[in-house]
Design a protein around this ligand. Structure first.
Ligand code: 1CP
Length: 372
């Protein structure tokens, strides 16, 4: 680890804006595109046989700490599907695990915390993240990928609410009762915890952008569990700070904010400052466009479960998503949540082909046709 800074200084500089003409980046900016860009949340891993072959047994955190393996796993779905972006292979709990909070990721379950966050004393277990020391493998893998990829790399962080939910609940949760009770019984401690996690996310995202990521996504996956008024007062201010700080250090970087079950939160999420709002499958995209307003691109929103019902069903549902997205620029095709492990990769391959062939949102020729 002591050699991390020198390795960093030897890194080849990747010019910022290298992918400004890529359809994914252009769609994030609501610019015209040659075709609707597509990528899939959780496209790496899970359903790919080549993932299972390369990854082997053991905790995913061990895999994430091997830059060569991470680069390979990140590239696999891009090579197979022809997606317009790569999502960095890592996990939202990597920063908190790296500062020693005591988080593991159990196969079949997800993140598990040995001693969950309970009181003010636990804030001491969340020291500031130093990426070159704590997560040099992230910096290294992003650098390798930035030098190799011919599509933009999306870096990511967990939204502070979603990361806090794992720390407080101790693992995956259905009702988030412990989180909600801490939020409401000790709002000051909640704000302090959110502040620490926001800073950690910003630090991690900046390290990924410095190393060559072209865009970032904030996965606030479980924020949809909250009523709008509490999302607005107890989560959104931190998301706004996160986005503003990334914009300050890396101006113009496309940013995406995503959560599941956020139909009622979309108008608020649209004020967080990201270029794009991710939409789950519950809100049709024409309605989603109304909820997020004209200043944001949208990403989504094929129900991942419909990819399990055969190609005819998946094709019809894909066409429905494209039709609902309409012709206005600023649609990135995605699933409404992550790829399900039992998905046939062949179906996702066909979805990409169909979106590229038939997606019209922001397509230049369409815009010209519509000019008087
Ligand atoms: O060992 C394994 O292979 C376990 C499965 C797995 C994988 C492949 C986990 C455990 N994490 C990951 C990688 C991962 N996690 C990626 C890499 C890129 C990709 O898969 O394409 C990304 C982007 C994440 C992000 C992540 N982790 C989120 C946000 C996205 C989402 O799905 O909402 C969340 C909530 C996690 C926590 C997590 N990690 C792993 C699991 C099974 C879970 C979810 C557990 C739960 O339901 O609470």
């Amino acid at each position: 680890m002591a050699d991390a800074p020198s390795r960093a200084s030897q890194r080849v500089a990747i010019p910022a804006g290298r992918f400004d003409d890529a359809p994914f980046i252009r769609a994030c900016r609501r610019q015209s595109v040659p075709h609707v860009p597509v990528w899939f949340m959780r496209q790496a891993g899970r359903s790919l046989p080549e993932y299972r072959a390369a990854r082997g047994p053991g905790s995913i955190l061990d895999a994430i700490a091997q830059p060569d393996l991470v680069a390979e796993l990140t590239l696999q779905p891009v090579d197979r599907y022809g997606t317009d972006a790569a999502i960095f292979f890592s996990d939202i709990v990597v920063p908190v695990a790296a500062v020693g909070f005591g988080v593991d990721v159990t196969p079949g379950t997800g993140p598990v915390v040995a001693q969950p966050f309970r009181s003010r004393d636990d804030l001491r277990r969340l020291r500031p993240l130093e990426p070159e020391i704590d997560t040099p493998y992230v910096v290294e893998a992003v650098s390798q990928l930035a030098a190799t990829l011919d599509v933009p790399l999306i870096g990511f962080a967990g939204g502070p609410f979603t990361v806090a939910s794992y720390l407080i609940e101790g693992g995956p949760s259905k009702n988030f009762t412990k989180v909600k009770s801490l939020m409401h019984s000790d709002p000051k401690l909640w704000a302090d915890l959110m502040g620490v996690l926001t800073t950690m996310a910003v630090t991690s995202l900046r390290s990924q952008l410095d190393a060559g990521a072209s865009a970032i996504q904030v996965f606030d996956s479980w924020a949809g569990i909250l009523a709008p008024q509490y999302y607005e007062s107890m989560v959104l201010p931190f998301t706004k700070r996160l986005v503003a700080e990334v914009e300050t250090s890396h101006p113009g970087t496309p940013t995406i904010l995503f959560g599941v079950g956020t139909g009622e939160l979309l108008p608020l999420m649209a004020t967080a400052g990201t270029s794009v709002v991710g939409i789950d499958w519950r809100v049709p995209l024409d309605e989603a466009r109304l909820r997020v307003g004209p200043d944001r691109a949208i990403q989504g929103n094929l129900d991942p479960a419909l990819c399990l019902a055969g190609w005819d069903v998946a094709a019809e549902a894909t066409r429905e998503v494209l039709a609902r997205a309409g012709r206005a620029p600023g649609h990135i095709f995605n699933l409404g949540h992550g790829v399900l492990p039992e998905t046939d990769p062949g179906i996702l391959e066909q979805v990409v082909e169909l979106v590229h062939a038939e997606g019209r949102a922001g397509v230049e020729e369409t815009i010209q046709e519509e000019r008087p």
